[in-house]
Design a protein around this ligand. Structure first.
Ligand code: 2AL
Length: 182
């Protein structure tokens, strides 16, 4: 989490480049989302920023939703173990306790992650900050039974939750903006 949160007024004054620098990773490795959402300014409050990202993700065709899912790192996967996650993912995976799994749990996660990716062609994505490792393992097992379309939609909804929490980290949610204060 940044040490100082940005007031909404400042967000609404950002140039396109500044906006991309700030919000380019609220959807993991997908600055295209921020590039699309910039035109929605001015934002009325922090929820308006989150809903603009959410609406953009919702409007993507299934292939686009799957593409966004493919940009996500595995939970407790190779990147996590070699310390190569983005700072956001590192914090999220840690908050779910994924950095403190037994060898048996890690093996189970790895087998299920592979089975999931083999079936759907994209990684299993879940909002780690809203779950603990046991719930994640259970969700992974259950969601393996779903159809391709259900998983594209379910995964995209989890991306929206991750995105919303990342935005709440970045922007001071108490701050409001009105047209006249721009
Ligand atoms: C992640 C991640 O990196 N952070 C999070 O909440 N979920 N990855 C994933 N595959 O679900």
């Amino acid at each position: 989490m940044p040490s100082t949160q940005i007031p909404l007024k400042k967000v609404n004054k950002m140039t396109y480049e500044e906006f991309i620098r700030c919000f380019g990773n609220v959807v993991e490795h997908c600055s295209l989302c921020a590039a699309a959402v910039w035109r929605e300014r001015p934002f009325h409050d922090v929820q308006h920023i989150a809903s603009s990202f959410g609406d953009f993700i919702d409007r993507l065709p299934t292939s686009g939703k799957e593409g966004i899912l493919r940009l996500h790192p595995d939970l407790a996967g190779r990147l996590a173990q070699s310390g190569q996650l983005t700072s956001e993912s590192t914090r999220e995976q840690r908050s779910a306790g994924l950095d403190k799994m037994s060898e048996e749990e890690r093996q189970r996660m790895s087998v299920l992650n592979k089975r999931y990716k083999d079936k759907f062609g994209f990684p299993f994505v879940i909002c780690a900050r809203e779950n603990k490792k046991d719930a994640i393992l259970k969700g992974l097992e259950e969601r393996l039974e779903n159809s391709q379309l259900t998983e594209a939609i379910t995964g995209a909804n989890e991306v929206k939750k991750i995105c919303r929490l990342r935005i709440l980290d970045l922007v001071n949610s108490d701050s409001q903006s009105t047209q006249s204060s721009l």
